[in-house]
Design a binder for this molecule. Structure first.
Ligand code: RB5
Length: 144
């Protein structure tokens, strides 16, 4: 499994927690930036990660910004992306089980290390349930 990771400047510091967790748990990943704390625009990095997941170069993505909202909105503009903001580990589980989300987004300003680590644990160990959820997920399509 290959994971694309990105953030903005607000998510830069917490992204290190994500990268360490991925490394410790043996995942192949690519940090798509930014690589320092200089101010950047979150849609640029959300798009990079989302396009890399949508075109199949990566299996899943992880994005961080101050609230996690900006990267979620941006990533969800890319066809085929289902980006979910995980406020707690239960959200991470349900985003996989019910929504077959392919990008998980975190808030760097309103969450903590333990929450991110447990959310990643849940995210990577949870399968999509399919069934009635598949019917619903198949209805999520851009309409204009
Ligand atoms: C940057 O200050 C902040 O607006 C951004 O990280 C994010 O929270 C946007 O949704």
């Amino acid at each position: 499994m290959k994971i694309a990771v990105g953030s903005d400047h607000a998510g830069f510091e917490f992204k290190k927690t994500v990268l360490s967790w991925l490394e410790e748990n043996g995942y192949e990943f690519n940090d798509m930036g930014p690589h320092n704390e200089e101010s950047v625009d979150y849609p640029d990095y959300a798009r990079k990660v989302a396009e890399a997941v949508a075109d199949g170069s990566y299996d899943q993505g992880i994005l961080l910004c101050g609230t996690g909202i900006g990267v979620s909105i941006s990533a969800n503009k890319i066809r085929g992306i289902r980006a979910a903001l995980a406020c707690n580990p239960e959200f991470a589980t349900l985003a996989r089980q019910h929504n077959n989300a392919n990008i998980i987004c975190f808030s760097a300003r309103f969450t903590d290390k333990a929450t991110i680590e447990q959310s990643l644990q849940n995210w990577f160990s949870t399968e999509f349930e399919g069934g009635r959820h598949e019917r619903r997920v198949n209805k999520i399509e851009p309409c204009c």
